[in-house]
Design a binder for this molecule. Structure first.
Ligand SMILES: Cc1cc2nc3c(=O)[nH]c(=O)nc-3n(C[C@H](O)[C@H](O)[C@H](O)COP(=O)(O)OP(=O)(O)OC[C@H]3O[C@@H](n4cnc5c(N)ncnc54)[C@H](O)[C@@H]3O)c2cc1C
Length: 256
């Protein structure tokens, strides 16, 4: 990746030089708690308890949540490190469907695992092409502004939901899928910054960083992947109204 698209990253890193390590009680993935430590034993125990509590059946309803451990499966950090395989997760999910029966929730969880596979196959097919500024599309301008990028990294854009999300990411290394979409969209479509700089920042921050899912999702939002709709802009004001109507999430992350 050309260095010019990362302008602003050094300032952003410097701003976090004094940030405490990832141990924040507000975290949606508080990995410092023993039940969700790293490694295969904790991964399998987490998978078992998630399924045993029947949370997969409410997954479709809760998956756009922003706070707490249970709104989504939280398998990604273990999947990303190889402590858990998608096959293991799917086998357990299928076993659960066999007993009380399949549901909308179990279907949607399986469908999300398919996205993970999809982005792997995309890399197999296109390889390094996915890292060009234009992605899979025609050559076009890719604007970038290092000051706006640094403000985004630091959660200081002035957009409350975006800033809350960027603070959570910096403090904990985890961010809900909904907020990954909103913050990525804001960087690309509102702040007019290079999507590859955003992907690099997520790579630097995410506990569950996975090159295929990260690059694939950024390309998708930038409209430079396989989606014919040409990019996804999420209006942060509408998103806040829909997913944080009381402002509880924004309050929680109103400070770093
Ligand atoms: C800009 C952006 C960057 C992302 N970067 C990463 C990344 O580096 N690593 C990563 O694992 N996921 C990434 N995702 C996908 C998704 O946000 C996370 O997988 C999800 O939030 C992890 O939490 P969970 O395990 O509770 O997910 P759940 O909602 O419970 O989903 C279960 C599993 O399905 C898979 N999955 C769900 N949504 C997606 C998706 N959109 N794309 C691919 N797989 C998905 C994951 O393996 C996840 O663990 C990114 C999404 C966006 C929009």
């Amino acid at each position: 990746m050309p260095a010019d698209c990362l302008q602003g990253q050094d300032e952003a890193l410097a701003a976090f030089a004094g940030t405490p390590p990832l141990a924040d009680a507000r975290s949606a993935f508080p990995y410092q708690r023993p039940p969700i430590h790293g490694g295969e034993i904790a991964a399998l125990a987490h998978l078992e308890q998630y399924l045993a509590r029947g949370l997969l059946h409410s997954y479709k309803r809760t998956r756009n949540g922003l706070m707490g451990l249970d709104y989504s499966a939280k398998w990604s950090p273990w999947l990303a490190t190889g402590a858990l395989s998608a096959r293991q997760a799917l086998a357990k999910l299928r076993a659960c469907e066999a007993a009380p029966g399949a549901s909308d929730g179990s279907y949607w969880l399986w469908f999300e695992l398919l996205w993970r596979d999809y982005f792997r196959f995309l890399h197999l097919q296109h390889g390094r092409t996915l890292y060009r500024a234009q992605g899979l599309g025609p050559v076009r301008t890719t604007p970038h502004d290092s000051a706006r990028f640094a403000a985004w990294c630091a959660g200081q854009t002035g957009q409350p939901l975006v800033d809350a999300g960027m603070r959570e990411l910096a403090a904990t290394g985890y961010l809900s899928n909904r907020l990954r979409q909103i913050t990525a969209s804001y960087l690309i479509h509102d702040l007019q910054c290079d999507w590859r700089a955003g992907a690099a920042w997520f790579e630097h921050q995410l506990l569950d960083y996975d090159v295929y899912s990260n690059q694939g999702n950024w390309l998708y939002i930038a409209g430079r992947g396989t989606d014919p709709r040409g990019g996804r802009r999420f209006d942060p004001v509408q998103q806040a109204r829909a997913y944080d109507p009381q402002g509880a999430y924004q309050d929680l992350w109103s400070r770093p």
